[in-house]
Every structure is written in C-alpha cells, then in structure tokens.
Ligand binder design. Structure first.
Ligand code: ADP
Length: 430
C-alpha cells in the first residue's frame, strides 16, 4: 500500500489543479472521477484526489458525497486528508466549505482516544504564485480584496466579504480562529503552538495566513500530524515534504513520468471561448480539420459523415473536429434550436465521435471545453486519470484509468492554454 495523501476536491478542474501541484512536488498522483465503487487505487499512487461536484449542491449532499470519498480513501490507506476547494473560497452562507470540513473532522477524530488533543483543521486557500494571498485573514486576488473582484457578482457563489474568518464562521457552529502571518513567519513550531492553543480554547477551524509560497511550505510542515487540512491547491505545496522527511516518499522522483501511449491523434473542440477559437484557428491552418454545425447534428447522417471524413483523414497527422464558433454563430444556433438543445446536440456528437475515433485507433486525444470533456470522459468509461507533465498552467497531460483502451488525454477547459495548445499538447503527452 503506497497511498499517503487522500484528497477530496469539490469540483473537477480544481481536482486537476491540485494533482498538478502534487506531481510537481514529486508525488505520483491519480485523479478519480467520483467515488469508485470498490476498485482499489492503482498500486503506485502516492496521492489520490477524488473529484466531486459538491461546490454548489445542497450542503447535506456535499457532506454525504465527501464522507463517502473519505471512507474510500481511509479504507485504502490514506494517512492524511486534504479537502480542496477554490482559491477564491467559493461558497455560500449555507456552505459547503464549513459543513464539509466539520463532517470530515468529526469522522476523522470521532474515534480518537478521550485524552487525545482536541482537533483543529487549518484552512488556507492562498496560492501566492497565482496571486491569491491571505493576510490577517483577508483574501486578496492580486492587489484587490476578494470582495472587490468579479467574484462579488458570481452567479452561484457571490463573495462579498474578504474576511475569511467571518465567511467560514457563517458556515459552521464551531469556532473559527486565525493564525496570522507574524506567527507563520516565525516558522512551523510557532504555527503548531498557535494551532494547539486555538484547539484547546475550543476552535475547530483556523484560517491560515500565507503571503509568500514559502509560507505554504511552513504551514505544510506545521500540519504534518493533523488528520485534516482544507484549502486551495497551494496548501498542497508543503505536504509531500512531510512524507519525505519520514522516509515514506522518494527524494527525487519524476512523478510526472507516465508510460508512453502510441496511436493516432485527434482533437475534439466544443468550447467557444476566445482562447479555444484562437487555438482552433491555429490548428485548422496546419492539420486536417472538420467543422460541425449544431443545426445539422440533429440528423444522424451528420455523425456518419464526420466518421467517414475522420477515417480518411486519420494518418500520422493529428486531426481536428470542432463545433467551436464565434458568439454570433453560437447565438444563431441557439435561436434555431434553443440554448440547451444546441449545447446537448454538440455534446452528444462529441461523445459519439470520441467512441468512434477510439475504434479507429485514436489513442492520443485532446478535448477542449469543460462540459465537452465531461461528455467525452463519460462516453469512454474513463474512471480516473494519472496526472503527468503540465502542457500549460492548469492543464496536465494524463493517461486514463478505467477505459477499455489506455489513452493519453488532455482535457482543457475554456480559456486555458496558449495559441498553439492543441498541437503542442501532443508533444508533451506521454
Ligand atoms: P468551456 O470550457 O469553454 O465553457 P464547454 O464545453 O464547457 O466549454 O461549453 C461549451 C458549450 O457550448 C457546450 O455545451 C457545447 O456543446 C456548446 N457548443 C459548442 N459549439 C457550439 C455551437 N457552435 N453553437 C452552440 N453551442 C455550441
């Protein structure tokens, strides 16, 4: 059993982001899509992240899913649990960060001996490298307080208060304390002492300041013995070193290395974001490309035509099939079909094409679009991803777990990636 760190993420792309941080820090990491029924994690996985969709679901559902993930991770040997949420602390007054953290902490410490020190979970969404800092409990995005950013107007999780002690306190009946940066800057021992003091005085959560990436490493070290940590992907920076200090994790391993996957190459693009449109144009100028029109996809023949085109076009050269279109064309399709039906038609087509491309020998696949990726992952029966090297910030190359054929895969949501992303991805993939 090699599983050391078990992570529970409240959304899919956040889970990938966390895995990316962990592999960079030398932990072999696997991302699982939902809680597996009974399958064991791959034998060489040192960290497993279970990706849930629990950020904006009703709190009781988020708690139930998170507890199921926790039970699975503990059953397979995870020694420490990280609950990962967004670096902008996306949540509502009803939760789900506080409610899930409470439930996980109760489950993890409920069976501790009566004289064990009371438990407290550190909470830190900071990631200074990406502009997220926490100072005296206040979350900044770049130079702005969180509540002065676009997050103020987020449709599902509007963040109108930057004081995270207050924000988390509104989501839990338990007391929330603060470990401020003057303590963090005195080092891991000072943080440990402060956390013990807070726990003894009845606090169950503590917001942790971090204004530099070194602070995250200090916090990681200070939390080596805590059963639960909550935060953004940044807080994972300092955790692998704890296992290394104890001789549980190899010193210098390239955890991004994945076994090579040979086969034909294809891109499916269903994202209409500005970045994806530029990437599609860039690739279409250099490689065989076919555009799909949602208005034509209702006709079953359209998919067969695309399949016939792909059969001819597939060679050693990657091919591109895309529905991506500029805003006015998307609007026209939505007016003709209705917004939901236009989106569904494209997603269904991409899912079917992914299956057919694999039948034709495609083993290296890039998918552009968050929803599009979800549809393709589901259609191919993919249960998890081994996380490999980063193609662009936030997008690692992966190999699949659970599908009939192992694929090399890159899933890119909306605005991620440089102009040449779609072709460069194949150079980075294993
Ligand atoms: P992103 O990550 O950029 O948000 P998504 O795949 O999540 O991309 O969402 C894009 C949505 O737009 C999908 O539901 C997709 O099916 C839909 N779509 C793609 N192309 C078109 C089009 N030409 N007209 C209308 N809807 C489209």
């Amino acid at each position: 059993m090699t599983l050391l760190l078990g992570c529970i993420a409240d959304d899919f792309t956040g889970a990938t982001d966390l895995c990316n941080t962990l592999v960079k820090e030398g932990m072999r990491t696997v991302q699982l899509i939902g809680v597996p029924d009974d399958a064991a994690p791959p034998a060489d996985a040192e960290a497993v992240t279970i990706a849930l969709k629990s950020r904006t679901t009703p709190a009781d559902q988020a708690v139930a899913q998170s507890l199921a993930a926790l039970a699975w991770l503990r059953r397979h040997g995870a020694e420490q649990i990280l609950f990962k949420y967004c670096s902008t602390f996306d949540s509502t007054e009803q939760g789900n960060i506080g409610s899930v953290a409470d439930a996980l902490l109760d489950a993890l410490t409920g069976d501790a001996a009566g004289d064990a020190p009371p438990s407290i979970a550190g909470a830190c969404p900071a990631f200074p490298e990406t502009g997220r800092t926490v100072f005296k409990g206040h979350l900044f995005v770049g130079d702005l307080l969180l509540s002065d950013t676009h997050m103020r107007h987020h449709p599902l999780t509007p963040m109108t208060d930057s004081n995270l002690v207050r924000v988390l306190q509104a989501q839990t009946p338990n007391a929330v304390g603060l470990v401020a940066c003057d303590t963090v800057h005195r080092g891991a021992e000072a943080v440990r002492t402060r956390l013990d003091e807070l726990a003894r005085s009845g606090h169950r959560h503590a917001i942790l300041d971090a204004i530099r990436d070194e602070d995250l490493r200090v916090l990681g070290e200070a939390m080596a013995d805590r059963p639960l940590i909550t935060g953004g992907s940044g807080i994972a920076l300092g955790l692998p070193a704890n296992f290394r200090r104890r001789g549980r994790l190899a010193e210098a391993v390239d955890a991004t290395a994945l076994p090579a996957v040979a086969g034909k190459e294809a891109v499916l693009a269903g994202s209409c974001s500005a970045a994806t449109l530029g990437q599609v144009e860039h690739m279409a100028r250099r490689h065989p490309a076919l555009r799909l029109h949602p208005q034509e996809l209702a006709d079953a023949g359209a998919i067969e035509e695309a399949v016939a085109w792909a059969e001819k076009a597939l060679s050693t050269d990657p091919i591109l099939i895309y529905a991506s279109a500029p805003a006015e064309e998307v609007r026209a399709a939505q007016e003709a079909l209705g917004r939901a039906r236009a989106g569904e038609a494209v997603e269904r087509a991409m899912a079917e094409l992914a299956r057919r491309l694999v039948e034709m020998g495609v083993r290296r696949l890039v998918v552009a679009g968050g929803e599009t990726s979800g549809a393709v992952v589901q259609a191919l029966g993919i249960e998890g991803l081994r996380i490999g090297p980063q193609i662009d910030p936030g997008v690692p190359a992966c190999t699949t777990i659970g599908a009939e054929e192992t694929l090399a895969l890159a899933l890119k949501s909306g605005n991620f990636g440089g102009t040449d992303f779609l072709t460069r991805a194949f150079e980075v993939m294993p």
